[in-house]
Structures are given as structure tokens and as C-alpha cells.
Design a protein around this ligand. Structure first.
Ligand SMILES: [Zn+2]
Length: 490
């Protein structure tokens, strides 16, 4: 830590953070933490509203003499992704997060930490406690950012439209400032199963693994393999080679917004072992060449396993594997204005065989909202043709970059002045609540920033404590300059 002043900031932010960590707060279970924040902001002298979604809207009055300064919103989310390492007993609805602090890092014992976005919320509380000589501030702390952004979706627009600036404090690198993001739409394809008795033959377990996976926004431009699609291509190749088989189950992926790194199927067949091995080796060889530079450790393995009780009909199998063969996964289009930015992409994230149905998820992102509408429509047509039920979720809107953002320019300048290093200013191919905000208040000048975190949404989630004080100073100086009339919106 740089000096005692930094240490004081970090200690106090972590005190706020520890209070949040003590309250279980997975998405959809935010009432307790929302009540806590209601009291915490009230104790700071704010006027606080808890809306029907349990969002917290807290207004801090302008300092005397700063009443005419434009209002600034500081925004974060109160829910967190709750996951535990294998073998760790953890009930996300009851157990607090146990913190472990070293000189420069904060982690949790065996679980995710909730720095996403507990760090943002803790810093907002810190700024509300300490900011001097600034105009009116509003904190908006939303619910359910992690699973559907419904807190932001249902937030009343009146809480956004009377402000000039919004700082979303939910990004992951302290030297990066985001000024635009992609929208998304989730689609699920389903097929009811009418179970059959398995035919005679051997039972095989086909497994696709060794792939890198990764976040379906950040990593989709890297050309990584998708295990669900490769599994479907494998089954398709067996069928094309006239090796008939019945499928007992198809499974793959870990989350709709993660590139599927693993997938597997259990099949029953009378085909010869050598024939099956040959087809699988051909698919593996072809895909390995395709993925040679981007995802080189693909393996498709075959092992004999025990006979299942039941199998899908051929029509059910064909409906699902044909759709998976036809649906593109990966990049559709690169941005025509920003070099290296993915504009439109999609991901096959989950494939599951359950008691009554087999289903899979298809998650598309685009910075052009119209393309999401079009993609969803293509899914509907494809599903109808193939005999799959198609469910299209409410799309999350994108946040189109403003041609000119006084806030972004000023914050980048302050960051460089304060730290001696440049701030990366970027548009991202991932979702932020800013997409919902800008729909309701198109004139808002908005940025997204955040402390540096690693491995969020995992038990390895780590918060880099050395980035807290620089973030607090950046926001404090930004508020001060806005109060001095040095940042004109619109
Ligand atoms: Zn977050």
C-alpha cells in the first residue's frame, strides 16, 4: 500500500465491504441486504427509497452553495454470484462470506467473494460519507444484476432523468473506463421426450473436453471451440456415416454466458467399435486443425459404459442435433467503427437432458439492438421447422457509445494526472446495466469503472486492494470538478 492515507481509505472501504459480506445476498434474495442499505444510507443523512424490486435509491443533498450543480448518480448492484469450491459446505441463503485479507489482496474462504459488486457498493458508501463541497448525489443500488438485470429493467426512469451524469461502479479493471456495451438476448430450445426402451447393442460414452471455455462476451472473439457444438457435429458425423444409434442423454456447458468447455453424450448402438472410433477420430482431427491456434487441447473420447434404462426417439435426437449443427456459435460480425471489437456474437452455453425434456440455451450479444431481434426471429423459424419449442427472453438493450462524452474525457484525464498512467477507454462486448439506463434517460452522460478483480463468479475471486484508493480519488476528484463547473454535460 502506498502510504497511510491509502491504508485509511482501504480499511474504511473494507469495513463497509465486511458488513455486506456478512449478509447472504444471491440474486433474487436481496431483501435483507436491501434493508441493510436502506438503514446505512439513512444513517448518512440521505433520503432513501426502496422500490418494488428492492432497489435502493438514496439522495444526498448538495453541500451549501452547490445546490445548482448537476446531479451525479453513483450506481452499483447489491446481489452477487454465490459459488463454492468443490468440497466446501456453503449455503448461499444462510452463510456469510468469510473474508481473508493479505497485504494487497482480499479473497473468500472457499467461496466467491462478492467483490462484484460489493466493492462498488462499499466505495459508494465511502464517497457518500466523505465527499465535501459537491452537488447533489444519488446512489442507485440495484438487485438481480447477475441473472437478468431486472432491478435495472424495472427501475423507475424518474430516478435517472433528473441527473446529468452516471458512474456505474461495476467493471473489473481500475485502469479501464467503459463507455459502451452490448445488448443480449437469451433463447432456449426445448423438446419433450417420449422415452423408449434401448435397442440391443453396446453403450458408449462420448466426451468432448480439453477446451478453454471462458466468458461468452469477453472471450467470444478468440475463436475458441464450443463443446456442445462439437458434440452435435460428432453425432451428426456418426449419422451421416450410416452408423445408427440411440441417444440416452446429451449434456454440456456450465452457464448460458460461458463458452461450453465440456459436453458428453451416452449412445446405444450395434455399429462396430472400429467404425465408431474412426468417425470420432476424423471429427477430432478436423476440429483440432480448425482450433490449432486458438484452442489446441480438444479431445473427443469414447468409452464403454453401462446400458441405460431408456433412450430418446430418433426424431427427438434429430431435432436437437440438427438445430445444434445449424446454429452458428461464435462471432457473426466485427464492429465497423471500433477495430477489434466484436459487434454481434452468439454462444451455445447449456445443454441438458432432464426427466421430461432435452433443452439447450443460445445466448446472443450485439451492440446493434436490431440484430438481436433478427437473430431471435431466426431462432423462432428454425425451432418451428425442426419441431422444437423456442422461448425468447426479454432482450437487454445495448449501450451505444456517445460521440462525445465530457465525463469520460475528464475522468481519463484525472486518472492519468493522479496515477501517471493512461486510462484505457473502451467499448465492450458484454452486458452492463447501463444499457437499461440509457434507454430510459438517453441524455445521461455515463461511464463504467471498477476496482481490479480477478476470477469473478468463482471461488478464486480476488480483489486487488491496491486499486481501491486510486478509484476513490478518481471519483472524488470527478465530483469536485463537476461541482466547480468544469464538466458541462450535453
Ligand atoms: Zn457485477
Amino acid at each position: 500500500m502506498r502510504n497511510t492515507e491509502d491504508r485509511k481509505i482501504v480499511d474504511e472501504v473494507l469495513e463497509e465491504f465486511a458488513a455486506l459480506a456478512a449478509i447472504p445476498r444471491p440474486s433474487h434474495h436481496e431483501k435483507a441486504v436491501s434493508d441493510y442499505l436502506l438503514d446505512a444510507f439513512r444513517a448518512l443523512g440521505c433520503k432513501v427509497v426502496q422500490d418494488a424490486s428492492n432497489n435502493i435509491i438514496a439522495d444526498r443533498k448538495a453541500a451549501p452553495g452547490f445546490e445548482n450543480v448537476p446531479r451525479v448518480i453513483l450506481q452499483g448492484h447489491m446481489d452477487m454470484v454465490c459459488v463454492a469450491a468443490e468440497g466446501v459446505a456453503y449455503d448461499p441463503l444462510r452463510d456469510p462470506i468469510r473474508l481473508r485479507r493479505t497485504e494487497n489482496e482480499l479473497t473468500a474462504e472457499g467461496t466467491s467473494l462478492g467483490a462484484d459488486d460489493g466493492a462498488g457498493v462499499a466505495m459508494i458508501l465511502y464517497v457518500f460519507r466523505h465527499a465535501k463541497d459537491v452537488g447533489p448525489l444519488r446512489a442507485i443500488i440495484t438487485t438481480d444484476e447477475e441473472t437478468g438485470m431486472t432491478g435495472a429493467q424495472f427501475l423507475d426512469e424518474k430516478y435517472l432523468s433528473d441527473a446529468d451524469f452516471l458512474i456505474n461502479w461495476d467493471s473489473e479493471n481500475y485502469d479501464e473506463l467503459t463507455r459502451g456495451c452490448a445488448g443480449s438476448v437469451g433463447v432456449e430450445f426445448r423438446r419433450q421426450i417420449d422415452w423408449r426402451t434401448p435397442p440391443e447393442g453396446k453403450t458408449w460414452h462420448i466426451s468432448v473436453r480439453g477446451l478453454l471455455g471462458g466468458h461468452s462476451g469477453e472471450r467470444i472473439g478468440d475463436g475458441r471451440g464450443n463443446a456442445i457444438r462439437i458434440l452435435a457435429q460428432t453425432l451428426h458425423a456418426l449419422k451421416k456415416s450410416d452408423l445408427s444409434f440411440s441417444v440416452a442423454s446429451m449434456t454440456g456447458g456450465s452457464a448460458r454466458n460461458a463458452i461450453a468447455a465440456e459436453a458428453e453424450a451416452v449412445i446405444v448402438t450395434q455399429a462396430g467399435t472400429e467404425d465408431i472410433r474412426r468417425v470420432i477420430a476424423e471429427v477430432e482431427q478436423r476440429e483440432r486443425i480448425i482450433l490449432e491456434t486458438s484452442d489446441p487441447k480438444l479431445q473427443i473420447t469414447l468409452s464403454e459404459t453401462k446400458q441405460p434404462d431408456r433412450v430418446l426417439s430418433d426424431a427427438e435426437t434429430a431435432a436437437v442435433t440438427d438445430a445444434l449443427q445449424l446454429l452458428h456459435t461464435g462471432v457473426f460480425q466485427m464492429s465497423t467503427t471500433i477495430t477489434g471489437l466484436v459487434e454481434t456474437s452468439s454462444n451455445l452455453g447449456l445443454l441438458r437432458t432432464e426427466e421430461n425434456e432435452v433443452w439447450f440455451s443460445y445466448f446472443a450479444r450485439s451492440s446493434v439492438d436490431g440484430k438481436l431481434t433478427d437473430l431471435a426471429e431466426s431462432c423462432r423459424v428454425l425451432g418451428e421447422r425442426l419441431g422444437l419449442e423456442v422461448q425468447i427472453a426479454t432482450p437487454s438493450p445495448g449501450w451505444r457509445e456517445r460521440p462525445k462524452s465530457a465525463l469520460s474525457d475528464m475522468m481519463a484525464e484525472i486518472f492519468e494526472m493522479q496515477t501517471g498512467r493512461p486510462m484505457k477507454v473502451d467499448v465492450i462486448h458484454a452486458g452492463l446495466e447501463c444499457g437499461w439506463h440509457i434507454q430510459k434517460a438517453p441524455k445521461l452522460d455515463m461511464v463504467s469503472i471498477g476496482v481490479t478483480t480477478h476470477d469473478i463468479h468463482s471461488p478464486k475471486e480476488t480483489l486487488d486492494l491496491t486499486t481501491i484508493a486510486p478509484q476513490v480519488r478518481l471519483v472524488t476528484e470527478t465530483l469536485r470538478r463537476i461541482a466547480d463547473g468544469k464538466c458541462a454535460a450535453k
